[in-house]
Design a protein around this ligand. Sequence first.
Ligand code: BTN
Length: 328
Amino acid sequence: MRKEILALLRERKGEYVSGQELCQCFGVSRTAVWKAVNRLKEDGYEIESVSRKGYRLLASPDILSEEEVLSRMETCWAGRQVHYLDEVDSTNTECRRIAEKGAAHGTLVVAEMQTAGKGRRGRSWQQEPGTMISMSLLLRPVGIAPERASMLTLPAAYAVAGAIRELCGLEAGIKWPNDVVVGKKKVCGILTEMSLEMDEIRYILVGIGINANVQLFSEEISQIATSLYLESGERVVRSQMMALVMKRFEADYEAFLKAGDLRDIREEYNRLLVNRDARVKVLDPKGEYEGVARGIDEMGQLLVECGDGRLEKVYAGEVSVRGIYGYV
Ligand code: BTN
């Protein structure tokens, strides 16, 4: 019930909600409402209670608890079930564990701290508590061929870039396929994994890590990474960012399922692509080559124009693309 009370108080934008209305809304006693409000206060919410007027929400802490995240969620299914942990090895690994136990499509695993966060190509993903957004969304798609699973990294990056633009007013772009960048530096990495059985997808995990409120990076990392806080000068309300990413991702995922490809986002995605028209090196296991990135096609493949005018289609799952002149 805390989550519902929180959502209602938030909806009223600092106006008083009477105790009676809360009781009627949720069919509980005044004592139950009072207890729930006290628990919220213990969690750091500033809630004012005035006799004969009721309760009003003055401020929320930057926490990622189930109530906090759910009270901001505006989706139908994405992130409608939240599995929160103070600390976990990796949200992707935890998501896989709960998927094996039958967790539902759309379940979101969230952690304040990861001790063994995973990056692409087996790299580790470090973080300080309280500064990052680390989340993994469980998808149980029907009718997607396994070779298309990694395509979902694209709508995820697109959702994050869009949410950053909307919430922080920053010019976020996408470095195909799995990074979101601001000012040529990385602010978000995405790791999509799947579980297969007899050549069919059992589930897909989309793991998203956003450098939200990080204030300091090591000298080396700061060459290629930045945070939303460092770029905008303002702290991000992480739960709000998560809810917006889920809302945007849900819409694009549904469009993807309906169309069977990325035609609905392709044009806008290409506008956000920072490595568009840039010289790139394609690290294909079958052999490296260079060319100029020309944007994605409807299947999410990066079109790379080679010296002889040939257009190579690079698929996200197999290869990595590097900028010739630095990270982008
Ligand atoms: C990369 O840039 O190499 C991808 C990084 C992905 C990190 C996120 S953080 C949440 C989720 N859990 C993980 O262990 N990894 C992803």
